[in-house]
Design a protein. Structure first.
Length: 549
């Protein structure tokens, strides 16, 4: 009889999972796009090897990351570091693939397993070679790049790629200008998809105008495949970085530590530790780590055993890594029934004098493109965790290029203010408007317009989250090196007329608000882009019908 393992605390997020013994020894390390679904599969009838591992396992740990690429990257390094007995070792060179753009006036683009110091541009690592090849096939129909190994110009014959319109044939046509697709592809994989999307749109309209509807349909399909290939790339740090980085955070009634182990610029291990007290002296605790990791020096937002300067991009990536690992800890403790999340929410209530315990929080953001495709995104948190089933989205057509009126419309629809006796279920304890103090004027206007809005006073606490007026938006949400406050972030709590202003503090409680605000941005932008795609598809169909007639 196998010992039952608790998996209820494992989230449905991408990451790495670790089967461990009662002595915290690692038996097996795996990766997953959805941690909960993947780990659940281990408890179905399987091989003897799997049963042997489960018989020795005492608990399952996990680390949440941004996406599948990062999960493979971290899994590979953790396996090499710990050599778990039940892992089939990943071969270092074959763990993931890169897109290589050669150093040549007409660059060759190919997929490679090895990253060499040859002056070429490498994009990756990418976890799914099959999908990567499929994507490059799509991309080649748009920008017609070279894949052949020939490096000379003035070739006498053109290959079949030219006749299939997959290559411009620059090897035989020396009068053609040098291509600029290197910059275009690198920019695309960093998230700037607009240039390629615009190029595809123009090609579709060109195909429709020439009544080549088969090509137009094919290009349309490529256009809709673009998004699935866009994800945040794993940043490799400078190869000189070898050592440990430490960050300390107060979470509820405890002090938590995350230590990242880097070897030649690669993250190879993550060490998590906590003390059941928030009054621990940081200097004393850091000194206690010295015997195991070496002497740490203060680097501003973290401590390091090595002397190095990170680039702006690397520092941003480090912030994301620490956030992910601390989020994993909080999530794991919460799912296990620990009071850590309730502690964070209670801190919010007492710090900002909220009328209700903020168990159910919603945040509203408006997105538009120069006044068009105005959309409202309203994500939700229940008990400090995102609850996607309760997300709401709003298509706004009555106003254009006016965030104030757009917010007013969404609030009217969300709280059914047009109805005298609305049937409101699942009201939030805390409702946040993104944008700052000025947005709260909308609420005063709604009280004047809908007197029954006052009935919500005892049910919903309204607030606005905004940036400092004289602050640079480049630093919003980042910790100041000289204080513990979030630079420029202010919470305005509205009490049906009276406004109380609070500067946010850099701790895990306030980061729940920042996280929900950022999710509101993402969700509103996502819905706006959906509307734009739908409208674009309709316009292509209209042009097709017009040309056919």
């Amino acid at each position: 009889m196998l010992k039952p393992l608790d998996i209820t605390h494992i989230p449905q997020k991408p990451g790495v999972y670790l089967f461990k013994t009662s002595k915290d020894e690692i038996l097996y390390i795996g990766k997953a796009k959805n941690l909960y679904k993947r780990v659940s599969q281990y408890f179905t009838p399987g091989s003897v090897r799997k049963q042997d591992m489960l018989a020795q396992a005492d608990h399952i740990d996990f680390i949440v990351v941004e996406n599948e690429s990062e999960s493979l990257y971290l899994e590979s390094n953790l396996i090499k570091q710990h050599l778990p007995p039940f892992n089939n070792m990943l071969k270092g060179a074959n763990a993931y693939a890169y897109i290589k753009l050669t150093r040549h006036p007409v660059p060759q683009i190919l997929i490679t397993r090895k990253k060499l110091n040859d002056g070429a541009t490498y994009i990756g690592p990418k976890h799914n070679t099959k999908e990567l090849k499929k994507f490059l096939q799509y991309l080649r129909q748009i920008i017609q790049y070279r894949t052949c190994p020939l490096a000379q110009f003035n070739q006498k014959k053109l290959c079949s790629d030219y006749y299939f319109q997959l290559c411009k044939g620059r090897c035989a046509k020396s009068d053609l200008p040098a291509p600029d697709y290197n910059k275009l592809i690198v920019s695309f994989f960093k998230g700037n998809t607009k240039p390629i999307e615009e190029k595809i749109k123009n090609l579709i309209l060109e195909a429709v105008n020439t009544q080549n509807f088969e090509r137009a349909a094919k290009l349309r399909d490529i256009y809709y495949q673009i998004d699935q290939f866009v994800e945040k790339q794993t940043v490799e740090f400078a190869k000189s970085i070898t050592g440990y980085l430490l960050q300390i955070r107060k979470i509820g009634a405890r002090t938590c530590f995350i230590i990242l182990n880097f070897r030649e610029g690669k993250l190879v291990d993550v060490i998590r530790h906590h003390q059941d007290s928030s009054d621990i002296d940081e200097g004393t605790m850091i000194a206690s780590f010295a015997s195991d990791f070496g002497d740490f020096t203060d680097q501003g937002t973290y401590y390091a055993t090595m002397s190095c300067k990170f680039t702006k991009e690397e520092n941003t990536r480090l912030d994301q890594l620490f956030d992910n690992f601390f989020d994993s800890y909080v999530l794991a403790q919460t799912m296990k029934g620990d009071s850590v999340m309730n502690d964070l929410l209670r801190t919010l209530q007492s710090r900002y004098h909220l009328s209700k315990f903020p168990y159910h929080i919603e945040c509203l953001d408006i997105s538009h493109l120069s006044g068009d495709y105005t959309s409202g995104g309203l994500p939700c948190m229940i008990g400090g965790l995102e609850e996607k089933k309760l997300y709401r989205k709003y298509k706004i057509t009555s106003v254009k290029n006016d965030d104030y009126l757009a917010l007013q419309e969404v609030l009217t629809r969300r709280f059914k203010l047009n109805e005298q006796n609305p049937d409101l279920d699942q009201l939030p304890d805390l409702f946040i408007l993104d944008g700052g103090k000025g947005q709260l004027g909308i609420l005063s206007d709604l009280v004047q317009k809908y007197p029954h809005f006052q009935k919500l006073r005892s049910q919903v606490q309204f607030a606005a989250l905004g940036k400092g007026e004289a602050r640079s938006t480049a630093h919003i949400g980042q910790k100041s090196k000289k204080s513990d406050s979030l630079v420029g972030e202010t919470l305005y709590v509205w009490d049906f007329g009276e406004i109380h202003e609070y500067s946010l503090v850099y701790d895990e409680s306030d980061k729940l608000l920042i996280k929900l605000r950022n999710e509101a941005h993402r969700f509103a932008n996502y819905y706006r882009k959906q509307q734009m795609k739908t409208d674009f598809q309709k316009s292509v169909k209209r042009v097709s019908k017009k040309n056919k007639s």
